[in-house]
Design a protein around this ligand. Structure first.
Ligand SMILES: C[S@@+](CC[C@H](N)C(=O)[O-])C[C@H]1O[C@@H](n2cnc3c(N)ncnc32)[C@H](O)[C@@H]1O
Length: 199
């Protein structure tokens, strides 16, 4: 199964995300970085090219570990001294512990049943799990060719995945975690919704 174009290099990923998020691209990372105190330990699962750390968290003196199944992204991070590890979250290997466990724009890769991965993130976190997930995207476009393009562009290597969240389906999933959810809100521009779960 081939990895899609946007997952083949950090520069291509950035360019595609800039087109998708426009002026709100940077605020998607800022919104998460603001939730993490200086000096915290952070596990970033499905970290991609690691922009959250290299552009934001590195300034906050956090200890950071990034996990992703994409060797290109991980090699890129390791080459600049970041603790990044190749890991396919579909395997049962236990996750490293951290105060704050983050997953951004990646929960859809675990559909149709994303609950087991949320449970694993909760087990790994000492303090909080922060999940940000897109609720609008090309794949839900009524224009067939755009929907198909969206699926192909975000193929992480498991094949073009048809399933994505809407705000309703995401809210319904986190309703099962209502005892843990401390807050939830949309990022500027409204393309992603953030859920903060407390231990
Ligand atoms: C849309 S990107 C998000 C990257 C980053 N979190 C961000 O917001 O910029 C999704 C990432 O999830 C990774 N991914 C998808 N399925 C995965 C799995 N089973 N295990 C580990 N990483 C996975 C992909 O390789 C890709 O880097």
């Amino acid at each position: 199964m081939g990895t899609s174009l946007i997952y083949r290099s950090a520069a291509l990923y950035d360019a595609a995300m800039l087109v998708l998020y426009g002026r709100h691209y940077f605020s998607r990372y800022r919104a998460i970085a603001q939730l993490i105190p200086g000096g915290a330990s952070v596990l970033d699962v499905c970290c991609g090219p690691g922009n959250l750390y290299t552009r934001y968290l590195s300034k906050k003196n956090v200890s950071y570990v990034g996990l992703d199944m994409n060797r290109g992204f991980i090699d890129g991070l390791r080459s600049v001294g970041v603790d990044a590890r190749i890991r396919d979250l579909r395997t049962e290997e236990p996750l490293p512990d951290a105060g704050y466990v983050v997953m951004q724009a990646s929960l859809y890769h675990f559909l149709p049943d994303a609950a087991p991965v949320i449970d694993r993130l909760l087990r790994a976190a000492d303090r909080q799990v922060i999940i940000a997930e897109p609720i609008t995207n090309l794949t839900t476009s009524r224009i067939g060719i755009l929907a198909k393009l969206g699926r192909r562009l975000t193929d992480s290597g498991h094949g073009a995945e048809a399933l994505r969240f809407t705000e309703e389906t995401l809210d319904a999933l986190f309703e099962n975690y209502h005892c843990s959810v401390k807050t939830s809100f949309l990022i500027p521009g409204g393309r992603e919704k953030i859920f903060v779960l407390e231990k």
